[in-house]
Design a protein around this ligand. Structure first.
Ligand SMILES: *Cc1c(COP(=O)(O)O)cnc(C)c1O
Length: 361
């Protein structure tokens, strides 16, 4: 068996230990005589798996008791509409930070439901910065403030949490959840598609403060109503059982590794090394993002000579470094280095980049 270093932005690499455990349990989960995929979601085995996963996530993220954790489907993209459908209540506007591709999508969906007030935008500098909060124009009539803590495509990340007073803060954490400790009590809603830093595609995590549950209008379809999912412990309909189970294995893996504090130390070290290698290349490689806004999770880098892109990618692939092609809107390369990317993968990538430059620079 040979495993590559997979720098995909999502679905992304999973910890090898988790995949091995899943393989061992594939045909017979702990004596049940069946795979987790074959279990009734209401049977005692799966109920135990589900409860353990939630308990482990609550422990890892130190989620306060007055928050519900929902294991849903539909991806982060469904949350772009579920958030306004559930949080507007009797209000007619919401505040959005426009900092990249994903916040743009969240905004266009929200516009179907309310007046969106864009409180800050970085479109003019092609989403390579994150202006300080004193430049934001928050609106005290807003039902909530939405932002995207890590913009997966441009590779910009907030290393601070916006202050929104009594207005609930909503965060699309798809590509940064579990990368570091987080004060959950600062948020009204946190949501994330699983396929970056949690588990397989198909599961969507929502962490929501209890007082924000139950405000959807009567016409809201049941599947889009947080209250229905909360009351039914995410089992109103068949939940994404296998994804939930794998996410649970990932939460246990994080605990074994020392929790989010340890994750943060490793992630910061990985990112620092890679940015140093890029900045130290004398312009051969370049990251366009303002240093204070650089992401720990997604590191785009552009080759000064774009004609070398395809050679870079094919040689990287031969060296066991895959999925490095950048998003078409940014060009060049992008290394997504979520929790499951070991530090050794960064070292191998940096060595490869130096060798490639020595040959071609
Ligand atoms: C990947 C991603 C999404 C889209 O997630 P889906 O689960 O595919 O809907 C949304 N927001 C961010 C920040 C992402 O990285």
């Amino acid at each position: 068996m040979s495993r590559v270093f997979n720098f995909s932005a999502g679905p992304a690499a999973l910890p090898e230990e988790v995949l091995q455990q899943a393989r061992e349990e594939m045909l017979d989960w702990q004596g049940a005589g069946m795979s987790v995929m074959e279990m009734s979601h209401r049977g005692k085995e799966f109920m135990a798996i589900a409860a353990q996963a939630e308990a482990d996530l609550r422990e890892v993220m130190a989620i306060p008791k007055n928050y519900k954790v929902l294991f849903l489907q539909g991806g982060a993209s469904s949350q772009f509409s579920m958030v306004p459908m559930n949080l507007l209540a009797n209000k007619t506007s919401a505040d959005y930070a426009f900092t990249g591709h994903w916040s743009k999508k969240a905004i266009s969906e929200a516009k179907k439901f309310c007046d969106v007030s864009v409180v800050v935008t970085t479109e003019a500098d092609k989403f390579t910065s994150l202006p300080a909060q004193n430049t934001w124009k928050l609106n005290d009539k807003a039902a909530y403030v939405h932002y995207t803590p890590n913009e997966t495509i441009a590779g910009v990340e907030f290393h601070w949490i916006p202050e929104t007073g009594d207005v609930p803060l909503v965060a699309d954490m798809s590509s940064t959840i579990l990368s570091r400790p987080l004060d959950v009590s600062r948020f009204g809603v946190i949501y994330a598609g699983a396929q970056k830093n949690i588990g397989p595609a198909g599961l969507t995590l929502v962490i929501i403060r209890e007082d924000l549950v139950g405000q959807a209008s009567a016409k809201t379809p049941s599947m889009f109503d947080y209250k229905i999912h909360a009351e039914n412990e995410s089992m109103y309909n068949t939940p994404p059982t296998y994804g939930w189970y794998i996410a649970g294995l990932v939460f246990q893996w994080i605990k074994r590794k020392g929790g989010l504090k340890a994750m943060a130390e490793i992630n910061q070290r990985k990112a620092d090394k890679l940015y140093q290698a890029i900045d130290g290349s004398g312009g051969f490689y370049r990251n366009p993002v303002e240093p204070s806004a650089r992401s720990w999770m997604n590191v785009p880098f552009i080759l000064a000579d774009a004609n070398l892109d395809s050679e870079f990618l094919s040689q990287a692939k031969s060296a066991g470094l895959v999925q490095l092609k950048g998003h078409r809107s940014v060009g060049g390369m992008r290394a997504s280095i979520y929790n499951a990317m070991p530090e050794s993968g960064i070292d191998v990538l940096i060595d490869f980049m130096k060798e490639f430059q020595a040959k071609k620079g």
